[in-house]
Design a protein around this ligand. Structure first.
Ligand SMILES: [Zn+2]
Length: 94
């Protein structure tokens, strides 16, 4: 578990309180982890943080899914969010 400077956010996932811990990982290669028993998700706070967070939340919600399935859902959500992001920027810009 990271000891580097971090901040925690409490959220409710499927009716249970979870801690999201964002840390400055420096050179750490691990982008994120889901500690199901501790109801803790750690996310390295870098440019990949959003997709990492989505990935780990999928693990938290469906711990029996294969890594392949989690990666597939993560990619689909990120694709949708990126499309939404482009669309909403256009809508605001007119
Ligand atoms: Zn995973």
């Amino acid at each position: 578990m990271p000891r580097a400077p971090h901040f925690d956010v409490k959220v409710s996932l499927r009716g249970q309180e979870w801690t999201l811990r964002f840390y400055n990982g420096g050179s750490s290669k691990t982008l994120g982890r889901c500690y199901f028993d501790k109801k803790l998700i750690t996310v390295k706070n870098d440019k990949e943080a959003m997709s990492t967070l989505i990935h780990e939340i999928i693990h938290a919600c469906q711990p029996d899914l294969s890594e392949e399935a989690v990666l597939e859902i993560e990619a689909a959500i990120v694709t949708g969010l990126e499309a939404f992001s482009r669309h909403s920027v256009k809508a605001v810009a007119g």
